[in-house]
Write a protein of this length. Structure first.
Length: 301
């Protein structure tokens, strides 16, 4: 197969591992800087140019689209889809996962465990939002934040109100969620590939840090999921329509609750914690799926 990977930094661990895994299995993988792509949009002629040359002959595309370039990245991915190139994750599914409000609504519709989440537009409803979320401590999130960015823990109702009003003053959309205290600063990252959980790890935040992201000083260790946690991860990936994703969960008193479904999960932490070849499993999935041309959206979603 000839594979394109949309990624701005070829030196990241995840990107090097995917390229290595593809080449070990006899495939060609080209890393393409998403922002250097140019598109021509004409009737039945969806072309992509990269550094002035037309991109042709690709069987599959792996989108590794950073949160800061979601809009343009999805436009390029749709162009690949319209050209009949099989996407590891489809543009519509990635778009769902990047919008925290939309993804929360979808997961709630499927009956998947979630922290109590509130959302409102009118700043006069701040008191009501705090009450509905159960009061402080509360987690306040930007709708399009990722990797722990744009996430604030408010310890008191007063501080929560101040943070909410500050965000609202800048015309920024936010979610307010209950804080799962019993999780104790740890969360679970389950890697789903092709509808199966292929690896899982428990992440623990650094001292004084409620976020457990590894790049923020957190640590990780391998973990055996409960049947309910495994089912929650698989159902979450299916609800989002993602072939590959990282499902972040907390262990609440009433069962697992999903915090985020990440469409471009990093591989370094989970591969090193578990010793599992995740990159190889992703390429294996493309080998099974790409020849069948199974993309649903054809770039139209």
């Amino acid at each position: 197969m000839k594979i394109a990977m949309m990624a701005r930094n070829p030196n990241l661990y995840s990107h090097k591992r995917l390229k290595e895994a593809a080449e070990q299995r006899g495939h060609t993988l080209d890393i393409i800087n998403t922002l250097r792509c140019t598109m021509t949009i004409a009737s039945r002629k969806p072309h992509i140019y990269y550094n002035g040359e037309k991109l042709v002959g690709y069987d599959a595309v792996i989108p590794r689209i950073g949160a800061s370039i979601t809009f343009y990245g999805l436009a390029v991915l749709r162009q690949f889809e319209m050209a009949g190139v099989y996407p590891l994750n489809e543009s519509v599914a990635i778009g769902r996962s990047r919008d925290k409000l939309r993804s929360t609504q979808i997961l709630a519709r499927e009956g998947i465990g979630l922290p109590v989440t509130t959302f409102a537009h009118d700043p006069k409803q701040t008191e009501e939002v705090l009450k509905l979320a159960g009061g402080a401590p509360l987690v306040i999130k930007l709708l399009e934040g990722t990797q722990g960015l744009g996430v604030v823990l408010a310890d008191t109702d007063r501080s929560a109100k101040s943070v909410i009003e500050a965000f609202r003053a800048s015309n920024t959309n936010i979610l307010v969620q209950e804080f799962i205290k019993e999780a104790g600063g740890t969360d679970i990252r389950a890697l789903v590939v092709g509808g199966k959980v292929v690896a899982a790890m428990m992440r623990t935040g650094a001292d004084g840090e409620f976020r457990s992201n590894l790049h923020r000083g957190g640590t990780a260790k391998t973990l055996k999921l409960s049947p309910e946690e495994r089912s929650t991860a698989i159902r979450s990936a299916k609800a989002m329509g993602l072939n590959v994703c990282g499902v972040d969960m907390l262990r609440a008193n009433h069962g697992p609750v999903v915090m985020e479904v990440n469409s471009s999960p990093g591989l370094e932490g989970v591969e090193k914690a578990t010793g599992i070849d995740i990159a190889g499993k992703i390429i294996e999935l493309l080998e099974k799926k790409a020849p069948k041309g199974g993309t649903k959206t054809k770039g139209t979603g």
